[in-house]
Design a protein around this ligand. Structure first.
Ligand code: SAH
Length: 487
């Protein structure tokens, strides 16, 4: 979501005549420590530094505080430097940050991104700290000004906020309650993107599979922001996430649709059926488990037991045998015993995720779990984290090795930035592949054979089929297929 918002901010600023340099671009030349990056960003010639922030974990916030400190020093020698913040930290801390960081000039909330150019003007004009933070509504801006990094892939936010009450999570505080973009708006934007040549879209939402883009049976209570967006507020059936996926699969030119992040509670049979019947839907399903212990899951208010979660995964794997399932795990949640931790270890062994993001628990102010204290010592969290990471990386590697020798359909995204003789692409399972081929294939799909593995990236070679005419050729007519070996 932050990447999407940054792309919108960049597009809007460029449309106003700004020259925008992203930190990634800086890193490519600097490859340096934070201080170098901030120092360089604050160097003469740079007028504005804008940071997009995340508050999901403490670590992400700490890094922003560190950089604000460095930029504050920089500002002493370049007093005209304008420093701005966007993203969830703005929603969380609001104007309080101005007091703590007098070097901060402006803050823009997740629902006010369009106002960034105007805010910068205001700072220049009045030289005072300004904030624009709208309290509720949809924090999505569909705009053709967006500056995507790829011509073929686009993020497409479809809902924001979350109505779940996971006790560790700050998202309901920062992003508010769930609001869905009306289905017709999503369809229109996806069609526009397809018209621009986008082949792969990733639908985004803090709780994406609880999307409910009702546009609205007559007389039904209408969400304020929905009314604004639909314009006419006319009647229509509620559109659930599976229905939306089905609709988007009809768009010509769009070849692959992925989505993130899903909650197990809203991972329904209907959704699994829609995935099974639509080869356009990515064969990666990211479904955070968080813990293998029912005791912890209950204290997290996750609304599922381990067995209920496992049953859903079993069902999905039965319906979609080539699905790659990934997950999120939190280790060291308050009160997590050695036995609870063992339950998570066993869950990883039993489910065998294709990959998992594993995090140490950090207290988020204002969340229900903040009242539980943070009683697991850092050193214990670190040991548990290491054990889970090691285990998961062994499982991931084993699964990836079992792919070697398989054929797979790959979407070619770009020339490999590390070796321009190679192409770089992604499988429907969202796994990376590099292989040799023609630069003209960028933006298209190709059948390849997986020949090896380098860390988590597959090595491949173009699959040539005997034509029967004495030559070799590439089969472009075969349906998407991924041979699958047992895990
Ligand atoms: N559904 C959300 C999840 C965002 S947070 C969304 O897509 O926006 C991503 C992951 O961060 C969560 O699944 C959880 O594993 C982890 N996380 C959230 N709060 C955390 C906390 N307080 N400490 C550690 N990890 C946390």
């Amino acid at each position: 979501m932050n990447q999407y918002d940054s792309q919108v901010a960049r597009g809007l600023l460029e449309a106003e005549g700004y020259q925008v340099v992203s930190e990634d671009e800086e890193n490519q030349t600097l490859k340096g420590a934070d201080s170098q990056i901030a120092g360089n960003l604050g160097a003469p010639g740079v007028d504005v530094v804008l940071m997009n922030t995340c508050s999901v974990r403490e670590h992400a916030e700490d890094r922003v505080y560190g950089r604000l400190g460095m930029l504050g020093k920089e500002k002493k020698s370049h007093p005209n430097l304008v420093i701005g913040l966007m993203g969830c930290m703005v929603e969380e801390h609001k104007e309080k940050l101005f007091k703590r960081f007098p070097q901060l000039d402006f803050m823009v909330g997740t629902r006010n991104i369009k106002e960034i150019p105007a805010l910068i003007e205001e700072v220049w004009h009045y030289r005072k700290q300004v904030a624009r933070i709208k309290q509720d509504g949809l924090s999505i801006e569909y705009t053709e000004f967006i500056k995507r990094t790829s011509p073929f892939h686009a993020w497409l936010p479809i809902m924001t906020g979350c109505d779940k009450v996971c006790t560790f999570c700050i998202v309901p505080i920062t992003r508010g309650s769930e609001v869905s973009m009306p289905a017709r708006e999503v369809y229109r934007e996806a069609s526009r993107l397809a018209g621009e040549g986008v082949k792969w879209i990733t639908l985004l939402g803090q709780n994406v599979n609880s999307y409910h883009g009702e546009t609205l049976s007559a007389g039904a209570p209408e969400h304020q922001s929905t009314r604004k967006l639909t314009g006419d507020g006319c009647a229509g059936a509620p559109v659930t996430f599976p229905k939306l996926l089905d609709m988007l699969c009809q768009i010509e030119g769009l070849e692959m649709i992925s989505f993130t992040t899903s909650h197990p509670h809203d991972a329904t049979e209907e959704l699994f059926q829609v995935i099974a019947k639509n080869p356009k839907i990515s064969r990666r399903f990211h479904l955070p488990l968080q813990s293998g212990s029912d005791r912890v899951l209950k204290r997290m208010k996750r609304l599922h037991t381990y067995q209920a979660y496992k049953a859903k995964i079993d069902r999905l794997r039965m319906l979609v045998p080539d699905i790659a399932i990934t997950s999120d795990i939190i280790t060291g949640f308050p009160g997590e015993t050695e036995r609870d931790h063992e339950a998570t270890v066993n869950a990883l062994k039993e489910i065998r995720f294709d990959g998992a993001y594993i995090y140490k628990y950090s207290v988020r102010p204002g969340t229900p779990a903040a009242k539980l204290g943070d009683d697991i010592p850092r050193s214990v969290k670190a040991i548990r984290l290491r054990e889970l990471l090691n285990l998961q990386s062994q499982i991931t590697e084993k699964i990836h090795r079992s792919w070697i020798g398989n054929s797979a359909r790959v979407f070619i995204e770009e020339l490999n930035p590390k070796n321009s003789l190679q192409l770089k692409g992604r499988l429907s399972q969202d796994k990376k592949v590099v292989f040799e081929g023609s630069p003209q294939w960028v933006g298209s799909f190709r059948e390849i054979e997986i020949t090896g593995l380098h860390h988590e990236t597959f090595l491949g070679k173009e699959k040539r089929l005997e034509t029967g005419l004495g030559g070799v050729g590439v089969d472009l007519t075969s349906p998407p297929q991924t041979a699958w070996k047992n895990r």
